[in-house]
Write a protein that binds this ligand. Structure first.
Ligand code: F6R
Length: 611
């Protein structure tokens, strides 16, 4: 999704903006641009393509000198990717420049109205109407002009603005699209996420819906939607800049795969308390006999990998809590007239905490009376702030578009929630509770073991990298893990990949298996070993090639397969976290072999803030 950075301070704005835009590259974009104000005029430089194209255009004698500016990475929605359609957009009179994330739904109507009054538009974008409306509504006071314009806009927006009418400041407004204000020393920032400004400050303020911010080098002033001055206190973001850098790894994705032992430790360890290490404390979430026994149903809602984490969580929670769990895609949940009430617990999962579909689902669940718990990575994100309770995953910044540590920490968090509820409901024996808790705490060590020896994974990946289609099969939680494995492969390597419940193949899909079709078979559920064995045989007898990924206990499946990867010994119930790491690495090496842009796969964005 598009990214925003804005700077005001004592340095030249352009280099700060360009660096900030590089930090936002991971969100996915097709063009970029900056606007710099120098006290008299606003200079705009834009370019289609990668940021280095913009850097080339804005360097040397072409570098603007002003100390106030805004920058943007665009992911085209309205109007093709082009220099003209990229942001910033200038008002026709050159007095306002804006960058915009989100969608202005009534832009066509507004544009027609402005054109009828003689305004000329330069681009095909919805965003340009904001700049033209600012010119059209300017009344001598920027705050009141911004309020007047905001009232006309239908849709979602985070907007950064510079204007010749206030050469010492930059402005920001927002509705339903994230924007943070970074508070520095003699310099201040706006950004669509922390990563863009983290090397300059760790102190941030969230701009809320309807609020406006005016930033000068020495102060930040906030206004509510009526234009009243309001006080807001910055919070600290402890993520360090190294965690948003590659630190020697060739790709962010690989670095983030390797960070999983640390990420899961940080997600799990601080929540295991008590003298004997047998108590789960989930931050401020109050799980009492009364509120737990009231839960008749659990809905887990998320998108993409977060949804897949929910499917893994569903089988774990149903098994141990004996509560019916319904896992829903957020984009479907919102329009499905969901059956929910105050006896339903809704767990909302989102790494970014800003996914528009998931946010809409959260709002609906709350409106219908359900208690909501958000499992979120990004601190103070919209979903974290709006949910009744939040359990942070502590994965740290995730930069690669394809999630890895975001996903496994979500699964680990769901395990903790499940075990906690089961313990209160007495639906798990004390002995099993301790056993599973120990297994969850041991996950980081087991992942380390996988990461120490990746040669076999890489070698199978190279061998299979030329194939056009790969199937992933499994039963029970192995099926849930297969869904994520297939998504990882398709999104970064562009190989068509499908996950199937192994027993379902024979009901239609097996007709696609022919000589050499690759199938990855997950075999970690001991009780289902024999069933998997028959499914593997069925694939092979149609000419398919099977690579089994099995736990130690089930490794003899290798005798019946064409290849075998053995994961460290682990409890069947937590194996999806370990197989996830193997499948992430498999997808990574396949994509690398195929020469794909691993961290920024085509057509994808990191944070999907439009529905
Ligand atoms: C896949 C991936 C996406 C996200 C999905 C939800 O690798 O990253 O499928 O999982 O867009 O994003 P969040 O978790 O930020 O709500």
């Amino acid at each position: 999704m598009c990214g925003i950075i804005g700077y005001v301070g004592s340095k030249k704005a352009a280099p700060v903006l360009l660096k900030g835009l590089e930090r936002l590259e991971y969100r996915g974009y097709d063009s970029s641009g900056i606007a710099v104000a120098d006290g008299e005029k606003i200079e705009v430089i834009k370019s289609i393509g990668k940021i280095n194209e913009l850097v080339k255009k804005a360097s040397g004698s072409n570098m603007p000198c002003g100390q106030i500016g805004i920058g943007h990475t665009r992911w085209a929605t309205h109007g093709v990717p082009s220099d003209i359609n990229s942001h910033p957009h200038l008002s026709e009179d050159g007095a306002f420049a804006i960058v915009h994330n989100g969608i202005i739904e009534n832009y066509a109507e507004l544009k027609a109205e402005l054109i009828s009054r003689g305004v000329h538009f330069a681009s095909d974008t919805d965003s340009e109407v904001i700049a033209q409306l600012l010119q059209d509504n300017y009344d001598g006071d920027i705050i009141s002009t911004l309020r007047a314009v905001a009232k006309r806009l239908v849709g979602s927006y985070a907007v950064g603005i510079v204007t010749v009418y206030d050469p010492d400041a930059l402005y920001a407004i927002r509705k339903d699209n994230p924007l943070v204000v970074g508070v520095g020393k003699n310099e201040n920032f706006i950004a669509s996420d922390f990563a863009a400004a983290l090397e300059h400050t760790h102190n941030f303020v969230q701009l809320e819906n309807g609020e406006t911010a005016r930033l000068s080098s020495h102060s930040v002033t906030f206004y509510d939607s009526d234009g009243n001055n309001i006080q807001k206190t910055p919070y600290r973001v402890d993520w360090d800049i190294e965690s948003a850098e590659k630190s020697g790894y060739p790709h962010f994705m690989l670095k983030e795969i390797y960070e999983q032992p640390r990420a899961i430790t940080d997600t799990v360890r601080p929540r295991i308390k008590g003298e004997n290490g047998d108590k789960i404390v989930l931050d401020k979430i109050e799980f009492t006999d009364v509120n737990v026994n009231r839960i008749e149903r659990i809905d887990i809602v998320g998108c993409g990998s977060a949804y897949h984490a929910g499917i893994v969580g569903k089988s774990f929670i149903e098994k141990y809590c004996r509560i019916r769990v319904n896992c829903e895609l957020a984009s479907e949940y919102v329009y499905s007239d969901p059956i929910t009430d105050n006896r339903t617990l809704t767990i909302i999962i989102s790494q970014s905490g800003e996914t528009a579909d998931t946010l809409a689902a959260l709002r609906l669940a709350k409106k219908l009376g359900s208690h909501t718990i958000a499992v979120v990575n990004v601190v103070e994100s919209a979903i974290a702030r709006e949910a009744d309770d939040v359990l942070y995953t502590h994965a740290g910044p995730e930069i690669a578009v394809a999630t890895t540590k975001g996903y496994t920490t979500q699964v680990a968090a769901l395990y903790l929630i499940g075990l906690k509820i089961a313990k209160i409901k007495h639906t798990i024996s004390d002995a099993r509770y301790l056993e599973v808790l120990k297994e969850i705490a041991a996950l980081p060590k087991k992942i380390e073991a996988v990461l120490k020896n990746t040669d076999a994974i890489e070698s199978y990946a190279k061998q299979y990298a030329k194939h056009k289609c790969v199937f992933f099969i499994g039963r029970g939680t192995d099926y849930a893990a297969s869904l994520e494995g297939a998504l990882k492969l398709k999104e970064i390597s562009y190989i068509h990949a499908e996950a199937y419940a192994a027993g379902e193949l024979k009901h239609g899909t097996i007709s696609l298996i022919e000589d050499g079709t690759i199938t990855l078979a997950l075999v970690t559920q001991s009780a289902l070993y024999l069933k998997m064995l028959s499914n593997i045989k069925a694939v092979q007898s149609r000419g398919g090639t099977v690579l089994a990924i099995a736990s130690k206990l089930n490794e003899k499946i290798g005798e019946a397969s064409d290849g075998l990867l053995v994961i460290p010994d682990c409890d069947d119930d937590v194996s999806p976290v370990i197989t996830a790491v193997v499948l992430q690495l498999f997808a990574y090496y396949v994509a690398k072999e195929r020469g794909c842009d691993i961290d920024k796969p085509r057509n994808l964005a990191k944070s999907v803030t439009v529905e």
